[in-house]
Design a protein around this ligand. Structure first.
Ligand SMILES: [Zn+2]
Length: 224
């Protein structure tokens, strides 16, 4: 995890033009505006909210804000678009930790990793002094985040949950599904997309399945 000073240097300058930011809808009614480079990170965070059905509110959720830290001189990480505050009325800043967020959800958010294995988020509830339970901040370098999010660390992501209805994958044995999913993970492809490709003109005998999986994977690898 980078320090706040390191994060400012790596993601700055603060208060950049609005074209550098994107607004993301969170589970519930909340909306956050963040640095575009952080979009995959906050989408992964949102997957944790969805997995725990933790609903955000529009009125007390936000991210980008061009302001200096309270009682200090440096810019807040919110001014860099790399921090978000979620449901602040029930997760207030203060001396004691007060939160309505499930511990397992916090743990899932903290477990998100980049593809090169670096932790993505820090949580204000872990601050040594005053607690800031509403607050999540990106704690990795932009170059780490640029490697992508490790999809296996996102709850409920298609590549971590074999589909159970419809499509070509239903015709595969468990062993074949496991082999296919391992390959899909290594090609950064969504299962539904591959499933669709394989279903087109499908021949459902087992020998044909293996041939088409190999053909599809070869096409995907050529595309990368
Ligand atoms: Zn904050």
């Amino acid at each position: 995890m980078l320090t706040t000073a390191q994060l400012r240097a790596a993601w700055g300058p603060a208060c950049r033009p609005s074209s550098t930011r994107v607004t993301i809808a969170l589970h519930g009614a909340g909306r956050i505006t963040v640095d575009r480079r952080c979009e995959p990170a906050f989408r992964a965070l949102n997957a944790c909210l969805v997995a725990h059905d933790y609903r955000t509110r529009r009125a007390d959720t936000g991210a980008y804000n061009c302001r200096r830290i309270t009682g200090g001189t440096g810019y807040s990480l919110h001014a860099y678009g790399i921090a978000a505050d979620i449901n602040w009325s029930t997760n207030p800043y203060g001396r004691r930790l007060v939160t309505d967020m499930p511990a397992a959800m916090i743990a899932a958010i903290k477990a998100i990793r980049t593809r090169n294995g670096v932790r993505v988020f820090g949580w204000g509830g872990d601050y040594r002094t005053n607690k800031d339970a509403m607050h999540f901040e990106v704690v990795c370098h932009p170059s780490d985040l640029a490697t992508g999010i490790d999809l296996a660390t996102i709850p409920g992501h298609p590549t971590t949950t074999p589909p159970t209805t419809g499509g070509f994958l239903m015709a595969l044995t468990d062993a074949e599904q496991r082999e296919l999913l391992a390959k899909v993970r290594s090609t950064d492809l969504r299962v539904q997309e591959l499933d669709q490709q394989l279903t087109d003109g499908a021949d459902r005998n087992k020998a044909g399945i293996s041939k088409r999986i190999l053909d599809a994977l070869a096409r995907l690898e050529a595309r990368r």
